[in-house]
Design a protein around this ligand. Structure first.
Ligand code: AKG
Length: 276
C-alpha cells in the first residue's frame, strides 16, 4: 500500500470536492473497532425511550445535539435505529480514529485547526426507504467562512444497492446561497438566496467496509434506499475550522462557545465517559 500524503489528499478535495480513502486499518483491528461501535449503539438504543407523541424532527435533532441519542424509523412494522449521534466523538473508539488516523491528517491539511461539529452513525436497515435527495451539508450547517469537511466511514458495504453515497464531482466550487434552519418542527428556508437545482449527476462512490469518503461541505451528495439484505451504516463526522464562526440559530451549537478541536477531544472524551 502506498503511504498517504495528506497534502495531496487535501489538494484532491480542493480540486474535485471529494477524496476516497482506502481502508487503512488491518482487517482484524477493523472488525474489533466496528464491534465496539456496534455494542455502544446497541446499548444506547436499549436505554433510549421511544419518541413521544410531541416529538418532531426538530426536538429529536436538538436532543441529539446535546447528548448522544437514537433516532428511529419504521421499517415494516418495527421501529429500528436510523441514526445514533450526534456526539459520538465522545466514544473512545471513535475518538481514536478522529484524532490519530489518516482522517485526522487529511482534516488538518484541509482545515485550519479542525474542530468536530457532529459525529453520528447513519444506519439504513435492510428495507429502509431512508434516502437523501441531492444536497450540500452547508445547507444545514452554516459556518462563516464555509469551512466544512464531511467524512463518511463505511461500517458495512455502502453501494448502489444498500443506499451508498454518490457525489457530484466539482460541485463544491460555488458559494452556498441558500440555507435552511430548524424551526417549528421543520427545516425552513432562511431569507438567504433561492433554492438551487442540482448542478449535475450524482456519481456513485461505492465503499467497502473500512473505506471512507471525504467531501467538502459544499459538495452535492445524496443516497437512495437500502434494497440489499444487509444493514448499511456510515460513521459520519463533520469538521469545521477553529476560525469559523457559527450563527446563533445553528441547530447544533457548541457547549462552551466553540466546537472542540480534534487535538482536545481526548480530554473531553474522558470527562464524558467518566460522567456516565
Ligand atoms: O447516510 C447517507 O446516505 C447520507 C447522509 C447525508 O447525506 C447527510 O446526513 O447529510
Amino acid at each position: 500500500m502506498t503511504a498517504l500524503d495528506p497534502r495531496s489528499a487535501a489538494q484532491t478535495l480542493q480540486t474535485h470536492g471529494y477524496f476516497r480513502l482506502a481502508r487503512w486499518m488491518p482487517e482484524s483491528e477493523l472488525q474489533t473497532w466496528i464491534h465496539h461501535i456496534t455494542e455502544r449503539i446497541d446499548a444506547l438504543d436499549a436505554k433510549t425511550p421511544p419518541a413521544g407523541d410531541r416529538d418532531t424532527m426538530e426536538t429529536m435533532l436538538r436532543r441529539s445535539a446535546r447528548s448522544n441519542t437514537i433516532i428511529r424509523e419504521l421499517v415494516g412494522d418495527e421501529m429500528v435505529v436510523a441514526r445514533a449521534g450526534h456526539l459520538l466523538w465522545q466514544w473512545p473508539h471513535v475518538q481514536r480514529v478522529l484524532t490519530d488516523s489518516p482522517i485526522a491528517a487529511i482534516a488538518s491539511a484541509y482545515l485550519d485547526q479542525p474542530c468536530v461539529v457532529t459525529c453520528s452513525v447513519i444506519r439504513k436497515a435492510p428495507g429502509s426507504v431512508q434516502s437523501y435527495s441531492p444536497h450540500r451539508d452547508a445547507f444545514f450547517l452554516h459556518p462563516e467562512p464555509e469551512h466544512l469537511l464531511t467524512v463518511a466511514i463505511a461500517l458495512d458495504p455502502a453501494n448502489g444497492k444498500s443506499g451508498g453515497l454518490g457525489v457530484v464531482p466539482g460541485s463544491h466550487k460555488a458559494k452556498t446561497t441558500w440555507r435552511v434552519t430548524l424551526r417549528d418542527g421543520h427545516w425552513q428556508q432562511t431569507e438567504r438566496g433561492r433554492q438551487p437545482t442540482v448542478p449535475g449527476e450524482l456519481v456513485a462512490q461505492d465503499l467497502d467496509v473500512g473505506e471512507a469518503l471525504l467531501f467538502d461541505g459544499r459538495t452535492w451528495h445524496g443516497s437512495g434506499p437500502n434494497e440489499s439484505a444487509r444493514q448499511r451504516r456510515l460513521l459520519v463526522t463533520q469538521f469545521t475550522s477553529a476560525a469559523a464562526s457559527w450563527p446563533e440559530d445553528s441547530w447544533i451549537r457548541p457547549a462552551n462557545g466553540r466546537f472542540p478541536r480534534v487535538t482536545e477531544l481526548a480530554g473531553l472524551a474522558d470527562l464524558a465517559e467518566s460522567a456516565r
